[in-house]
Design a binder for this molecule. Structure first.
Ligand SMILES: C[S@@+](CC[C@H](N)C(=O)[O-])C[C@H]1O[C@@H](n2cnc3c(N)ncnc32)[C@H](O)[C@@H]1O
Length: 255
């Protein structure tokens, strides 16, 4: 796989800001969509049913980028594993855990930047957290099984999303929770249209297309619309709405 945009410095700065703030830089405009901030935290707090997890719960954050959702999952899971294909992102997440902070330059406009610091959130037990570089389409067997799998905005960045979806039944324990968020930003830059999950005239609505693939092993429990906002620079922001679906792993496959 060639080096992706997710190895670049601008994307690293974007994701550090998106995951760790500070809010004053992530959205400096008082009239901006503040409810769209904190997405990597909200996909955990608003979508995972922490109360129903066992004491020794394991969580997997697939396509974790710089790791904020992994850290949030570790608050109620004894082990939280975050993986991403970007070496740059995994090194950043690991460095933040080691040093407690990570300095970076937030883009202002043109070549101008503002110094910023990503800080480890309070109350994280780092002995529960692991980051590793993995390809979602070729996951090794040694990952084991999980009580929670989160795949936030990953699907439409994979060349063959079905390869990841097909691996999901073996990644979750019966009763386990699967949270998939996606803004359905399908693009030929990442995925040939033949492999899109919905979003073509033939493939139907994206949630139906996802249900078709997941239904034998998962029941759809809930859907939500989660807004998120990524700062490109001080005067340009991507405001998106992720369609979020929460699934439960069935004990036995549906007929
Ligand atoms: C749109 S970002 C979402 C990141 C994070 N989950 C979030 O919500 O902020 C997509 C992520 O998927 C990662 N990614 C792309 N292809 C991947 C692959 N084949 N295996 C694992 N991660 C991949 C990228 O490096 C990037 O971190």
């Amino acid at each position: 796989m060639p080096d992706s945009i997710y190895e670049s410095s601008p994307l690293l700065a974007q994701y550090l800001l998106f995951h760790y703030g500070p809010e004053s830089l992530a959205m400096p405009w008082a009239f901006g969509p503040r409810e769209a901030l904190g997405f990597p935290v909200r996909c955990v707090t608003e979508c995972v049913d922490a109360a129903s997890l066992p004491a020794d719960a394991r969580a997997l954050d697939a396509g974790c980028a710089v790791g904020r959702s992994t850290l949030e999952l570790s608050r109620f899971c004894r082990e939280a594993v975050g993986f991403d294909y970007s070496h740059t992102f995994i090194v950043a997440a690991s460095t933040l855990c080691r040093d407690g902070e990570l300095h970076f330059e937030a883009p202002e406009y043109g070549m101008m930047t503002t110094p910023a610091v990503a800080r480890l959130p309070e109350g994280i037990d780092l002995s529960r957290v692991r980051f590793r570089r993995e390809d979602a389409e070729r996951l090794p067997e040694d990952l084991g099984v999980f009580d929670v799998v989160l795949a936030a905005n990953l699907l439409c960045r994979l060349p063959h999303p079905d390869r990841f979806l097909e691996r999901l039944p073996s990644l979750l324990r019966p009763g386990g929770q699967l949270v998939i968020t996606t803004p359905h930003t399908w693009s030929e830059d990442f995925t040939a249209p033949a492999f899109w999950i919905g979003g073509t005239p033939d493939s139907g609505a994206p949630l139906d297309a996802l249900n078709q693939r997941l239904h034998p092993h998962f029941d759809l429990a809930e859907t939500k619309d989660l807004p998120f906002c990524i700062r490109e620079h001080a005067r340009k922001f991507q405001w998106s709405v992720a369609q979020t679906s929460v699934w439960r792993r069935r004990d036995t496959p549906a007929e």
